[in-house]
Design a protein around this ligand. Structure first.
Ligand code: THU
Length: 127
């Protein structure tokens, strides 16, 4: 699957975003090491701390289905109801969550190009 196709899968997932508080819609699509695709959107809640990032949704779907190694993830985000043209880098929590299930070579594909986990979360915590 090309980066463009993975971004398109993220954009499709973004259409399901539940973001009635921030009105910022995010979609993510990841590939596991064996090439399986999982996608997800952000899901907000009236109790704000319960809001879930799109990346987290996709990661939880993959891991709960037995896929523990992620090789690439594409992320798109932007104001609800608009095309996701702005660059939407993953938040710090999602970077750490990705680190649990990927190595430093993980490809993080954004609308302005691709990065690695080593680029985005150097000197990260692990056990
Ligand atoms: N959000 C994500 O889905 N992923 C990120 O990496 C950053 C933020 C969501 C959370 C919340 O629903 C909205 O964007 C605004 O913060």
């Amino acid at each position: 699957m090309t980066d463009k196709e993975l971004l398109a899968a993220a954009a499709q997932a973004r259409e399901k975003s539940w973001c009635r508080y921030s009105h910022f819609a995010v979609g993510a699509a990841l590939l596991t090491e064996d090439g399986t695709l999982y996608s997800g959107c952000n899901i907000e809640n009236a109790a704000y701390p319960l809001c879930t990032c799109a990346e987290r949704t996709a990661i939880v779907k993959a891991v709960s289905e037995g896929h523990r190694r992620i090789s690439a993830i594409a992320i798109v985000g932007g104001a609800e109801g608009t095309a996701a043209t702005e660059v939407c880098p993953p938040c710090g929590s999602c970077r750490q969550l990705l680190a649990e299930f990927a190595d430093g070579a993980l490809r993080v594909i954004l609308t302005d190009g691709s990065y690695t986990l080593d680029d985005l979360l150097p000197h990260r915590f692990s056990l």
